[in-house]
Ligand binder design. Sequence first.
Ligand code: NAP
Ligand code: MG
Length: 462
Amino acid sequence: MKAHDGLYIDGAWRPAAGEGVIEVVNPVDEQVIGRVPAGDAADVDTAVRAARAALPAWAATPPAARAARLAALRDVLAARKDEIAETVTAELGSPLPFSQLVHAGVPIAVAGSYAELAATLPFEEKVGNSVVHQEPVGVVGAITPWNYPLHQIVAKVAPALAAGCTVVLKPAENTPLTAQLFAEAADEAGLPAGVFNLVTGLGPVAGQALAEHPDVDLVSFTGSTAVGKRIGAVAGGAVKRVALELGGKSANVILPSADLAKAVGVGVANVMSNSGQTCSAWTRMLVHTDQYDEAVELAVAAAAKYGERIGPVVSARQQERVRGYIEKGVEEGARLVAGGPESPRDKGWFVSPTVFADVTPEMTIAQEEIFGPVLTILRYEDEEDALRIANGTVYGLAGAVWAGDEAEAVAFARRMDTGQVDINGGRFNPLAPFGGYKQSGVGRELGAHGLAEYLQTKSLQF
Ligand code: NAP
Ligand code: MG
């Protein structure tokens, strides 16, 4: 894998002030595949200065011209689609077809959506005797995780650039090569120097310096709730804008009238996809007591199909974390019906597709985000009980409802405390706002709502 030994700042690859190095490791065979610099606070400061210097000209660039740069960015990403997929597979470990379809495909679509939105959004509107202008918030600090490495970068950088903001990105230490590839694409797309800057580095060093930097106007973070809370506190203290996209423990509610086999099959696939490392994964399956045993059998059969196909989790640390949760589930009395804590291979950070039955709502595995291929199946007595269980966690990011009648599913979905619900297997929509109720986050990504995060209003009265 190609790795730059510099940071992309002010339109060029430059040596880092920080002397540390991050080794990038392939989760399938544990081999080092590249080394990137670990930038420090001085590097973050250099990058923020570059972003600040570039801001006035970029903010004043007509939206149609910004849209043209975003369209060019989409085209470069599309032209380098195979390379993107190979890079994500190498550093995240996801199977190549999934990397092509999702890890490369989705960000290309999202970049395209912001090229369109930048070209069509009215950046001013008349309200009575006022004209309200939508202006960029300013310099954005973006901090991203490794689980959908390019998607999470594009879901922040594309709307920020569409709005007229400039950006400093600190990507996850596990997946910096994908971030470097994105920086190359931004360069090839002809973004002016300083509009996009990349500082690879460690969270508590480069990430923290970025969140705390006084000249960053908005911090957009995706990752763990623990780090998100700290970033929210830092941003609040400095009266900075903040967007937080945190974890989830989403419910897949199968109502008695649903097509059970389909709902269980899609539900298992949803959890096992990306080795369970998806913040919106439906990790709690809720089944009516009368259909419970049949659903468990169906889930076990579905999970068995993933044994060979599933990729590893991202790191040894993540593998340990997931194992710890599986052991905890057994300790707390849940019934292990597929998988388990033992690694299915002697090399690589693999976890067996795991299913727990007889899970009760207060168990740790029904409350905390595991971020691995682990499904919990819970029993409900009636619809009110199902709703109470579905809403009974600190999270509220996504979910699903299945019913024989669409209106019945919609009525239930409207009572769920969560930001997205898929009705009878509804498809992912890259234009629909994505974000959390409760502790799943603050703010929305994607589509026009995602763009609004990077805008502030100015009213002129006449
Ligand atoms: P994380 O530590 O929250 O990482 C997310 C990003 O924040 C990374 O770029 C990370 O850098 C950075 N970061 C870490 N500490 C920071 C700090 N003090 N200040 C500023 N930035 C900081 O998440 P993780 O350790 O990769 O994963 C832990 C758990 O978080 C997972 O098991 C999962 O439950 C959850 N998670 C959720 C999502 C999601 O999409 N909602 C994504 C990933 C993880 P480093 O990469 O250097 O740590
Ligand atoms: Mg971390």
